[in-house]
Design a protein around this ligand. Structure first.
Ligand code: SF4
Length: 331
């Protein structure tokens, strides 16, 4: 077996069943990275607490998300570590230590912080300010050298790199400065055709949806808004259905483009075709998911095993960090 290129870390908040945007923007890449890297994937439940919404669903959404990731091809049997952030509490220790080298001004100036303040003016809590520091702790606790990110998240990773540089400048070369590995899929729009696909906007299509549900959601998709009649030529370049056809209908996409421009295909027919291809694409996924869901304890065991393996790495790194900063060891 070829030597791995390094260690990947990535995390995502528990949002329950995953949608096409999650799949195309992240999960697909997570699966592919397992070939060349040692991968650590984390469901970041502590991060989810910063906005204090929907905490009633945290367990259920953690489980559903793990189920989707596993069924999509995250393979702990091949060495990948999949775990829940709060199951490895060393991350909160490292968060505290890193917070001491992070100037407050760096945090309050971040556009993401300003945006959160705008969204949640009644709950600007301490955790929200420190969110990027916790994220830096997530990554550096495992000495990950590679982090898959979308172009829009590049600034988050840059922030982690700055904290690492500052820490290492003060205490020696202990932490690893991670590099970005950019995902190639552009932002996935929701069925409204305007905004990023998101569960909270209810404009999403779940990857675990049944073929009937997929068809129902696809038929609601907004297409070329200027194409009002079947006889109007369409503009595939502005149509979200077409964008997704590129991925899910690779053999038909050239014909669809031609037919759309010539008004040889109607949007209803085009969407039916897309719904069928989408349902077919995820058929093996649905089968694997159903098999896993038949034994929920097994999913929790996989997560517990992942936490044990993550913890073994975390314990070594946190010991190095404490030594470097001069904290006395317990006897
Ligand atoms: S025919 Fe297809 S690609 Fe063309 S506008 Fe309609 S849905 Fe979009």
């Amino acid at each position: 077996m070829a030597a791995k290129k390094g260690r990947v870390f990535s995390g995502a908040r528990p949002t329950g069943r995953q949608h096409l945007g999650n799949y195309l923007g992240a999960i697909r890449n997570y699966v592919a990275l397992q070939e060349a890297y040692d991968c650590i994937y984390c469901i970041v439940d502590l991060h989810a607490l910063t906005t204090l919404k929907d905490t009633d669903h945290l367990r259920e959404w953690t489980y559903e998300m793990a189920l989707d990731w596993l069924a999509a091809g995250i393979e702990p049997d091949r060495g990948t570590i999949l775990f829940v952030q709060s199951h490895v509490p060393q991350v909160t220790e490292l968060h505290t230590i890193l917070s001491m080298v992070t100037p407050l001004g760096w945090l309050t100036r971040l556009p993401t912080f300003k945006e959160k303040v705008r969204q949640h003016p009644d709950n600007v809590n301490y955790g929200l300010v420190g969110y990027p520091v916790l994220m830096a702790a997530d990554i550096t606790l495992y000495k990950a050298n590679t982090v898959p990110v979308g172009v829009d998240q590049a600034s988050h990773l840059e922030f982690t790199r700055e904290i690492v540089r500052r820490f290492n400048h003060h205490f020696g070369e202990v932490l690893v400065e991670p590099q970005a590995q950019y995902t190639d899929f552009p932002k996935v729009l929701g069925i409204d055709g305007r905004r990023k696909m998101s569960k909270s906007l209810d404009n999403h299509i779940e990857i675990a949806a049944s073929p009937e549900e997929i068809e129902r959601r696809v038929m609601q998709m907004v297409t070329d808004p200027a194409r009002r009649y079947r006889s109007d030529p369409g503009r595939p370049e502005v149509c979200n259905v077409f964008t997704l056809h590129r991925f899910f209908s690779p053999d038909q996409v050239a014909q669809i483009e031609e037919d759309c421009r010539a008004a040889e295909i109607g949007c209803v027919e085009c969407k039916r075709l897309f719904a069928r291809n989408l349902a077919d694409y995820f058929a093996p996924f649905r089968q694997r998911r159903a098999a896993l869901a038949a034994d929920p304890d097994r999913v929790w065991e996989i997560l517990a095993d992942g936490a044990r393996r993550a913890s073994a790495i975390a314990s070594e790194v946190i010991a190095e960090v404490k030594e470097a900063v001069g904290l006395p060891s317990a006897r």
